[in-house]
Design a protein around this ligand. Structure first.
Ligand code: DHB
Length: 391
C-alpha cells in the first residue's frame, strides 16, 4: 500500500512535471543568438549582444503573451562551431529563431540546418551578397558589400579619383566589395590598377601598403571586417601614404564607429559609404545612441549593433503578427516585407529576396565640436537594393 502510494505519487509528479514543462515551453519564445564573443571578431559579438539586450529592455521581454528567452552562444567565429551550436539550439533547446552570424562562413555553415529544420535564420552581421540565396529561411538585417561599394564607385570619379588600388580581406565580403567597386568604377571611366587581397586572419598590411605607395594611385579602396579598420588606418599613417597624396576610401567597415574615435588625425577626411553612422542625424538614432551608451559604459554603437537591434525588431514583430502561435515557416513569412524606421533610416525587408533595402550614405570623418571623430553624412542614395541580386 505504502509502496503503491509512493509509485503513484511519483507517477503523478512525473506527469505533472512533464505537462508543467510542456506549458512552460509553450509560453517561451526562444531566440538562439550565435555570435563571436571572443577572438578576432569579438567586438561584433559585443555590439550585437548589447543591442539585442537594449531592444528587449526597451520593448519588454514578453511578446504575443510569451516570455522571450535570449540564448547567447559564442562561436569564436569558427564556422564548424557555429554549425554545432546551431544544431544544439535547434534540436535540444527547440529555439523558434536562430540569429547572429558574425562572419559570412558562419552564416553559410548554418544555412542548410535552417532549411532542413524550417527555422528562420536572421543574419545580423554577415554581408556577402549570396548569403540570402543559401537558404529560403534566411532573412538579413545587416547590409551587403555590393550595396556599399557601388555608391562609392559613383562618388569617386566625380571627385578626382580615377586610378584606384583595391585592398580587401580575401573571403566572401571582400571579393564582393572588390568586384562591385571595380566594375562600377570602370563603368564610370575610372580604373582599378591593382587588386590586392589580404588573409582574413592575422593580416599584415605593411607589404601591401608598400606596394600601394609604389603604384601611386589617386586612392586606396579598402574593405576589412569590423574590428580590423584601426590597424589599416595606423599603418596607412605610419607609411606616410596620406602625405604621399594617396587618399584612403572604403566601405564604412574601415571607419567603424566602434574604433573610429581612437584612430586619431590620420582618419580625418576619410570618405566612406555605408548604411549606418552613429552620427546619423535623426531623432530615432539620437535616442538609440544615447540609450546604447547609457547601458554600456559610454560605448558607441556601430553598424553591427544596428543590425542586431533591427534583427530583434524583425523577430518581435513576426512573433506578434503570428500571435505567438506560428511555426518556423509562419514566422519567416511574417518577417518578409517588414518596413520600419531604423536608427540607420528607413529599412525594408524585400519579400522576394529576404534581403535588406535601405539608404546608403556617403560620409566623411570629421572632428566635431565635442572633440570626437564621427562619420558625418554628406550625401544619400535612397532605398538601395542589393546590386548582387541582379547578377
Ligand atoms: C562580414 C564581417 C564583417 O565584420 C563586416 O564588417 C562585413 C562583412 C562578413 O563576414 O560577411
Amino acid at each position: 500500500m505504502h509502496k503503491r502510494t509512493v509509485l503513484q505519487t511519483a507517477l503523478a509528479l512525473g506527469l505533472i512535471g512533464a505537462s508543467g514543462l510542456a506549458v512552460a515551453q509553450d509560453n517561451v519564445f526562444k531566440i538562439g543568438l550565435i555570435l563571436p564573443m571572443t577572438g578576432p571578431q569579438a567586438t561584433t559579438g559585443r555590439q550585437i549582444e548589447a543591442a539585442a539586450r537594449l531592444y528587449m529592455q526597451q520593448n519588454g521581454d514578453t511578446v504575443a503573451g510569451k516570455k522571450v528567452k535570449l540564448i547567447v552562444k559564442d562561436d569564436t567565429s569558427l564556422p564548424d562551431m557555429t554549425r554545432r551550436l546551431a544544431q544544439e539550439l535547434i534540436v535540444n533547446d527547440k529555439v523558434n529563431v536562430i540569429a547572429g552570424m558574425g562572419i559570412t562562413p558562419s552564416a553559410l555553415a548554418v544555412a542548410p540546418l535552417a532549411t532542413q529544420s524550417k527555422t528562420p535564420l536572421v543574419v545580423m552581421a554577415a554581408a556577402t551578397s549570396s548569403i540570402t540565396q543559401a537558404s529560403p529561411y534566411i532573412v538579413r538585417t545587416s547590409f551587403t558589400l555590393p550595396q556599399a561599394s557601388v555608391a562609392l564607385a559613383d562618388w569617386a570619379p566625380r571627385n578626382g579619383i580615377k586610378k584606384v588600388v583595391t585592398l580587401v580581406s580575401d573571403y566572401g565580403p571582400g571579393i564582393d566589395a572588390e568586384k562591385f567597386f571595380k566594375e562600377r568604377l570602370q563603368f564610370n571611366g575610372g580604373q582599378v590598377v591593382e587588386a590586392l587581397r589580404v588573409p582574413l586572419r592575422s593580416p599584415d598590411f605593411a607589404p601591401f601598403l608598400q606596394k600601394v605607395r609604389d603604384l601611386k594611385p589617386d586612392a586606396l579602396f579598402v574593405f576589412v571586417p569590423s574590428g580590423a579598420g584601426a590597424a589599416v588606418m595606423k599603418q596607412f599613417g605610419e607609411r606616410g601614404m596620406d602625405k604621399a597624396g594617396i587618399k584612403l576610401i572604403g566601405t564604412g567597415d574601415v571607419t567603424d564607429d566602434d574604433q573610429l574615435n581612437d584612430m586619431g588625425d590620420v582618419a580625418l577626411n576619410v570618405v566612406t559609404s555605408h548604411h549606418y553612422s552613429a552620427a546619423h542625424p535623426s531623432a530615432a538614432n539620437k535616442k538609440f545612441v544615447d540609450a546604447f551608451g547609457k547601458a554600456n559604459k559610454g560605448l558607441r554603437p556601430n553598424f553591427m549593433a544596428v543590425g542586431g537591434y533591427d534583427g530583434m525588431r524583425v523577430i518581435y514583430e513576426a512573433a506578434r503578427k503570428t500571435g505567438g502561435k506560428g511555426d518556423g515557416t509562419a514566422l519567416l513569412e511574417a518577417m518578409k516585407g517588414q518596413l520600419f524606421e531604423s536608427p540607420r533610416g528607413p529599412m525594408f525587408i524585400d519579400a522576394q529576396t529576404r534581403d535588406v533595402v535601405h539608404n546608403i550614405y556617403l560620409r566623411k570623418v570629421e572632428r566635431n565640436k565635442d572633440g570626437q571623430l564621427w562619420n558625418v553624412e554628406f550625401d544619400v542614395i535612397k532605398d538601395v537594393k542589393d546590386p548582387g541580386k541582379t547578377k
